[in-house]
Write a protein that binds this ligand. Structure first.
Ligand code: 13P
Length: 154
């Protein structure tokens, strides 16, 4: 399973990069492991240049066991703690979503049928500095039972 998770992180990291959903070393992805803990992308690496060996393991308390995990690991930990049904967390900066987040608007009205069908409501988490525990708590709380959340001014 861990090998499969590593391959998936490489594949989807590359896909985010190719689609322009992350610039430079933006974004981070993680996969929950069935035995406890999760694997996350390392900090500061472009998501188009990931390889299976660079992923960082976090234990079942959500703390890194070695290496330099994404600086947003507290957010990944907070989401896994709040949502037992979530097995993957993807944090990206797609331009249109980022524009909405900077305009202070979640996607809370049923405007586009495809979004309603595939995503449902996408709430807006209040602004907090990147990589902080307060951002992690705000995101997990705003996410609630939804599939996605926007981070204000992020
Ligand atoms: P990391 O490189 O530490 O994962 O940070 C990227 C990012 O997008 C921070 O919000």
């Amino acid at each position: 399973m861990a090998d499969e998770a590593r391959r998936a992180l490489v594949t989807y990291g590359r896909r985010l990069y190719e689609k322009g959903f992350v610039a430079a070393s933006d974004g981070n992805l993680s996969v929950r492991l069935p035995g406890g803990g999760f694997l996350v992308t390392p900090t500061g690496l472009p998501k188009g240049e990931l390889s299976e060996g660079v992923m960082v393991h976090l234990n079942s308390e959500g703390h890194p066991t070695a290496g330099q995990p994404s600086s947003e690991w507290p957010m990944h930990t907070a989401i896994y703690e709040a949502r037992a049904d979530v097995s993957v967390v993807v944090h990206a900066h797609p331009p249109f979503a980022t524009a909405l987040a900077c305009a202070g608007r979640g996607i809370v009205r049923p405007v586009l049928s495809e979004v309603v069908i595939s995503l449902g409501t996408v709430p807006l988490a209040p602004f907090e500095l990147p990589s902080t525990k307060s951002l992690a708590q705000g995101v997990a709380s705003a996410l609630g039972g939804n599939a996605a959340v926007l981070l204000a001014n992020h």
